[in-house]
Design a protein around this ligand. Sequence first.
Ligand code: IPE
Ligand code: IPE
Ligand code: MG
Ligand code: MG
Length: 333
Amino acid sequence: MGLGKIGETLTAMEILKLVKKDLERVEREISLESVASVDAVTTISRYLQDGGGKRLRPILVLLASRVVGAVSDGSIRMAAVVEMIHAATLVHDDVIDIAQTRRGRPSSNAIWGNHACVLAGDWLYMQAFQVALRERNFHVLDLLIALTQMMVEGELLQLERIGKIDISEADYMQLVDRKTASLFSACARLGAMMGGADEATEARLGEFAWNVGIAFQLIDDLLDFTSLEKVLGKPVGSDLREGKVTLPLIYALESASAEERQFVGRVLKDGNYDQSPFSNILGMIERRHGFDRVRERAQSFTDKARTIITEFPESPCQRAMAALTDLVTHREY
Ligand code: IPE
Ligand code: IPE
Ligand code: MG
Ligand code: MG
């Protein structure tokens, strides 16, 4: 690929070690900022924070700050902000998707119900903005507001397409851009900003993370078919059951027989695999090389990201960012 050995030497543990101390500060900040005057909100926020999660988005903020300069108090705050926004979107997403499991535990809506979770999500969004406001930086607010609207638009677009079999690759990419890559991009931009980068550098790191974000969602949608619930922390086959036609299936449907299409249509209509077993759908995607093609497509985005990150001076954090691209495509959960 002509990209040399960059990144190949760092593992997930090594990346984590680089940001461990800062990440602890981020966790403290999130805990501190998740206390509401109403217990229900505090309980739901705590439950989410304690439920694990890869903390990929705050890690991106921290690494971006360090690649351009150093982690400042602002970087820690912004890392907390993006994880809080992420948590808020997950709470709302699980309500919308009627999900029962998240991060290997009952989802918050399964415990506290939809009403409380919609409100807790709203509160979390606003709290994230309140923390961001302390920066007294309009550029930060511009970015965060545009981002949040973009993510909501993504979820709305997805809603419009629920149950539809004829989703094009372009439709799908538009969704992934909005609901996932936009947040990844914002993380790197905020980190760069807080580390003192100029606008061009900030934009370039944003582009890096955008590509990582697209690959991340592509793999997420692939894992929804190929992984196991105990590894993933959420049930497999959920997307199709929820009426979402994602890229492995989009590719497979391009060359599917009329009978195979009917098979997929059945799940979309029923919302379960009773008449159209999951293993048959898996077999069809395999036969039509849907998974291979998605892996290749994801790889093309991480290749782009790696090309961008090689423009930055070599440092442990620059190598960590390059390594992150591999972790995204090779992850199991
Ligand atoms: C889940 O994101 C939502 C998607 C964009 C697919 P993550 O897989 O990063 O969730 P956690 O934070 O690690 O649980
Ligand atoms: C996750 O979307 C929420 C956002 C990215 C806004 P999905 O519905 O695709 O993700 P999971 O599968 O529930 O984690
Ligand atoms: Mg969901
Ligand atoms: Mg969803």
